[in-house]
Design a binder for this molecule. Sequence first.
Ligand code: UDP
Length: 322
Amino acid sequence: MHILVIGGAGYIGSHVVKALLDDGMQVSVFDNMSTGQEINLFDKAKFIKGDILDIHALEKVMSSGVDAVVHLAAKKSVAESIKYPEIYSTNNITGTLNILNAMAKFGVKNFVFSSSAAVYGMPEYTPLDELHPTNPINYYGYTKLAIEQFLPWYESLKGIKFVALRYFNAVGYDATLAVKGLEKNPQNLLPIVMEVATGARKSMSIFGNDYDTVDGTCVRDYIHVTDLASAHLKSLKYLAQGRDSQILNLGVGRGISVLEMVQALEKVIGKKLNYDFAPRRAGDPGFLIASSERAESLFGWKAMHSDLENIIRTTWNVYQAQ
Ligand code: UDP
């Protein structure tokens, strides 16, 4: 199979590319390199520098004999999405519609979409399953939900089958150090903790220590990126069998608190990290974990690399190496 990975030079995308190459698939990467990094490209995958707002570039690549598309090229900062919603409308919604239109034009029928747990908003119950109501509380989450709502229309009108993967908190790095790119200006917890550990950042704040959780700090479902990558591979194989479109959660079903994450790294590096407690961050639920039973029963996917020690070790290995 020839798979086009849009956003394949990014953090999750490059891990997906590695999983597909390891499985023997032919892979092309399409990325505008706005946050993607050259260091994340693989020699075995053809690279096309291009933007999803460039319809001509998308049509050119779509006409080159692509069997399926994995789309991970999106803006992903919650705070930025609230400040500059127009950027998120253009990149995440218009850009994705451009991809779907180009696929429709050249008869590419299988689509794996990076969605997010942000489509749910505040949890009404946990673990969250795919039937939980979707009420995003930030614009980023809304852009993901909007695309999920377009997908059944493109399926019924244009015959494009899809798997939308709702990621919970993506963390970790490939254990063989095949992916080396560090996220620049990270907004997420683990890379921030790593930067404090390397000294790239002096200190960090833990947002809230008065939640109703094990130690008062927020609990999340952290899933190793190698497990996310394997779910993309399984989704592609599933779609290749001509089976029904799906929306699937990807999480572990296990919670880790912010403090537990910080302390786990302190243990590995043998020194204390510099942090303080700050007020709660607006819109942060205290406890968020996934039920991924649907992915498990559908195609036997299970998180295999997501124990806390492996998450910390694989991430620290990459940060330390640089
Ligand atoms: N967090 C924190 N300090 C930081 C960044 C994140 O305490 O500098 C907390 C945040 O409040 C949340 C958890 O870490 O409870 C995970 O946040 P992240 O932004 O990585 O992912 P989210 O769950 O918001 O998608």
